[in-house]
Design a protein around this ligand. Structure first.
Ligand code: C2E
Ligand code: MG
Ligand code: MG
Ligand code: MG
Length: 290
């Protein structure tokens, strides 16, 4: 197709493809050593009760502290990790590290909060996934009721029978299940009936432009209403300003997460947030809302 175009077009297209292939190759080859070189780190973003401003949990978010590139964010390496299978050992590290951190906070006498961990569809579908979860829970002694696994609709799509059975086993262990990025996948509302899901996370793309009567606002309002009626916890992602917060509060959305409260931060900074609380910051944000 590129050849059909003449001159500059062809050149630019070709160069762009080449750059991307080189970038991908760089990431994959360095990702292989990143685990051993201990270049991964988890940052934590608070989940917040929207009425009280109190922290209800943390989402663990992976960062790659590359010796050559500095801090690299998931959108730049998760897909490569999934395609190469590296997501499996990386995901196991994430799970172990998050559980270990939960123990550290508990041992330090901090309030026990739940930790949300993102699980790739590639990990979820593996036969040894459950065994891995079990052994890390046993090894770290973390109470499973404080763990939330975030999966996306794609994990449940292909083999829904197998998916349902894994979710049931996770529930039997005592973990909570969240459907992440809700509304962006091939959402089928029947998932909510078919699978034991505790939490709906409304994708940030819907939250970004909510105001009064526009389409995103209507969708968010419907999801919150449905989630509340089905007795699920509903969490809005990507809350960046007070107008969004007020809109969500008016619709009785219980929980949210977003830059308005805090960006994802290293474990130490998160512990400081836990002891300081967030409500104070919220008050400040409100005062500037005019
Ligand atoms: P996600 O699970 O939907 O996580 C939320 C993403 O939204 C995070 O991006 C977070 O930094 C960002 N975010 C939070 N609040 C705001 C806000 O107010 N505005 C905006 N614009 N963004 C906000 P991040 O950390 O870059 O992660 C991106 C995605 O990568 C995650 O989306 C998740 O799907 C994936 N990911 C992150 N960590 C892991 C991991 O440990 N394992 C796996 N398999 N995937 C991960
Ligand atoms: Mg998530
Ligand atoms: Mg996710
Ligand atoms: Mg999400």
């Amino acid at each position: 197709y590129a050849k059909a175009h003449s001159g500059d077009n062809y050149q630019f297209f070709d160069k762009d493809m080449n750059t991307r292939a080189v970038e991908r190759h760089f990431i994959e080859s360095h990702l292989r050593q990143a685990l051993e070189a201990q270049e991964f780190v988890l940052h934590y973003q608070p989940l917040v009760n929207l009425r009280s401003g109190l922290i209800t949990g943390a989402e663990a978010l992976l960062r790659w502290n590359s010796s050559e590139r500095g801090l690299v964010f998931p959108p730049d390496f998760i897909a490569v990790a999934e395609d190469s299978g590296l997501i499996v050992p990386i995901g196991r590290w994430v799970f172990l590290e998050a559980c270990t951190q939960a123990r550290r906070w508990l041992n330090a006498g901090l309030q026990q909060i739940s930790i949300a961990i993102n699980i790739s569809t590639v990990e979820f579908r593996r036969r040894d996934f459950l065994a891995g979860v079990r052994s890390i829970i046993e090894g770290t002694g973390v109470d499973p009721k404080f763990l939330q696994l975030e999966i996306t609709e794609s994990a449940l799509m292909q083999d829904s029978k197998a998916g349902a059975s894994i979710l049931r086993e996770l529930k039997a262990l005592g973990l909570q299940i969240a459907l992440d990025d809700f509304g962006t996948g091939y959402s089928s509302l029947s998932y909510l009936k078919q699978f034991p899901i505790d939490i709906l996370k409304i994708d940030k793309s819907f939250v970004q432009d909510i105001n009064g009567g526009n389409e995103d606002g209507i969708i968010v309002s419907a999801v919150i209403g449905m989630g509340n009626s089905l007795k699920k916890r509903v969490i809005a992602e990507g809350v960046e300003n007070v107008a969004q917060l007020d809109f969500l509060n008016a619709l009785q959305c219980e929980e949210g997460q977003g830059y308005l409260f805090s960006r994802p931060v290293p474990a130490d900074a998160f512990a400081a947030l836990l002891s300081d609380g967030i409500s104070q910051k919220l008050e400040v944000a409100r005062r500037f809302a005019f």
